[in-house]
Design a protein around this ligand. Structure first.
Ligand code: BG6
Length: 506
């Protein structure tokens, strides 16, 4: 094993003010402030830095600061250094008010004027929309109308928007239109936390920084691709949100399509936001969109039902709080997608994601075409193992190659073996939730890990036929699977029809 190499050296971001809309929410406490803390601990936050929170509740600045601090201590990954924490929270302002009330923005102007002067943040502002999605457009509109987000005198003004970005194609188009009326595309950073994961970012490096993969990365050598995001957690306390959303909207046009587009994209001309995002959007745009009811052939939607999992009794999805007893919302989806271009024509991309499955596992598995068997027909070998290149994103962070090897001994015997590269064996990474990279990138103006309007729209365009077909089908075709299982039998059939099978989740 080689000595571990530490992460790259980067310089502190520009002076700026970090404005959090939805500052009392879970996201702000659980992820944003701990991520800012990690950036501060790595020396990546500027000296001139201030946090301004905006939320409905009336509270003093002091109360807001101590809320942020206790959130940080609760959710930090690792030990909190008091000095770094107090430096991070040394300049905090709080603005109470509703996201669509002009009075909120008048107060925000005053707070910004005050902290920008106190901290000399040079007018640079990062607005983080950690609010429910219904507030995205009103906030964008108000920031635009009040001039708070106007870039002037060399100061930058940027907006990070959380997911979900729309609930279907029409709403995503409308949201993009609204935002782009008041902001430039270069100011909008649409987040997908999957792009903050090192192992996801590495897909591009694996493909394009090595001479050996790209020549075989196409329909001549690849049989099919499996993308799995399996979760063992149930819907839990998120019943209201989840039942209105479902597995497809929650995971596919965003997280799974990030993985798909990184695997399927053409090499960008340079490692730079415009080139990379253009290629990713082209890949999504080339997904064959099945017409009308044909979509039903290529998808499976299912709901989990009660089962004993380990020591726990998991109840039916329909028994979850805030979920109607006759809900037809899917907690699992499997899709077969074809990318209709020269590189991928004829190579199915099978995608699956679900809650309450046997294990937590996110991976991209690429199966290469099988070797001809003829040479072994007069030997004891009865079959060859499948050749997979597996990029494991979580919980293991590794890349594995499965191939056939001779079993030592006089007889010809062959066994599938595995060669694995584990990140932790090679690299020392600073504690991170992935949000650190995304926030830092936004602060330095690098949008490579954020979604552009066309990429978002291409994603929704590809899933819209499934949403439409399900709406028309109502409860017809909804399958069920036991909590703690590998998913519904119908998902196995989807691949079995093509003579293929899923890799095990466990
Ligand atoms: C979120 C979804 O975007 O991603 C959740 O809303 C899901 O339902 C989560 O659990 C999965 O993220 P991760 O990083 O745990 O794979």
């Amino acid at each position: 094993m080689t000595a571990k190499r530490s992460t790259t050296t980067a310089t502190p971001a520009d002076p700026c003010c970090f404005v959090i809309f939805g500052a009392s929410g879970d996201l702000a406490h659980r992820l944003l402030v701990p991520a800012l803390y990690n950036l501060a601990a790595q020396g990546l936050l500027p000296e001139a830095f201030a946090i301004v929170g905006v939320a409905r509740a009336e509270k003093s600045e002091e109360a807001f600061r101590s809320e942020l601090e206790s959130g940080l201590r609760q959710f930090a990954i690792g030990k909190v250094d008091d000095e770094i924490a107090s430096r991070l929270l040394s300049c905090v302002a709080y603005v109470p008010g509703a996201a669509d009330d002009p009075a909120t923005y008048r107060k925000l102007v005053q707070a910004l004027t005050r902290v920008e002067r106190a901290r000399d943040t040079r007018g640079n502002r990062l607005f983080y929309l950690a609010t429910p999605p219904s507030a995205f457009a009103p906030i964008g509109r108000c920031l635009g109308q009040t001039g708070l987000a106007r870039e002037e005198n060399g100061a930058w003004r940027r907006l990070i928007i959380e997911k979900p970005f729309g609930v279907d194609l029409a709403s995503a188009l409308a949201l993009n239109r609204e935002l782009l009326e008041v902001l430039h595309e270069r100011q909008i950073y649409r987040i997908d936390h999957y792009l903050g994961k090192e192992t996801v970012q590495n897909i591009m490096v694996l493909r394009f920084a090595n001479g050996l993969f790209e020549p075989i990365w196409n329909r001549h050598h690849i049989d099919h691709v499996q993308i799995t995001v399996a979760e063992s957690l149930t819907v839990g306390s998120r019943g209201r949100f989840y039942d209105a959303t479902g597995a497809l909207r929650d995971m596919v046009p965003n997280h799974l399509f990030q993985l798909l587009s990184l695997v399927a994209m053409e090499p960008p001309s340079r490692f730079e936001a415009h080139a990379v995002r253009s290629e990713k959007a082209h890949a999504l745009d080339a997904i064959h969109v099945p017409p009308g009811a044909a979509a039903l052939q290529d998808c499976v939607r299912a709901q989990y039902v009660a089962a004993r999992v380990g020591d726990n009794e998991v109840e039916d999805y329909r028994g979850t709080r805030d979920v109607p007893p006759d809900s037809t919302t899917e907690t699992y989806v499997a899709l077969k997608l074809m990318i209709d271009n020269w590189r991928w024509a004829g190579v199915p991309f099978y995608l699956r994601t679900g809650k309450a499955l046997k294990a937590r596992r996110t991976e991209v598995a690429i199966e290469f075409k099988r070797a001809p068997f003829a040479m072994f027909r007069d030997t004891p070998v009865d079959r060859l193992a499948r050749n997979f290149l597996v990029m494991s994103i979580q919980p293991d962070e590794c890349i594995g190659l499965q191939f056939n090897a001779k079993v030592p001994g006089p007889a010809v015997a062959i066994s599938g073996v595995n060669m694995t590269f584990n990140y932790q064996d090679y690299f020392d990474a600073a504690p991170s939730s992935g949000y650190e990279t995304l926030i830092y990138d936004c602060m330095i103006g690098d949008a490579i890990l954020f979604q552009r309007a066309d990429g978002i729209e291409a994603g929704w365009r590809a899933v819209q036929p499934f949403l439409d077909a399900w709406r028309n089908a109502g409860p017809r075709g909804l399958a069920f699977y036991k909590a703690g299982s590998e998913g519904p039998a119908e998902a196995d059939d989807l691949l079995a029809r093509d003579g293929r099978r899923w890799r095990s989740i466990a």
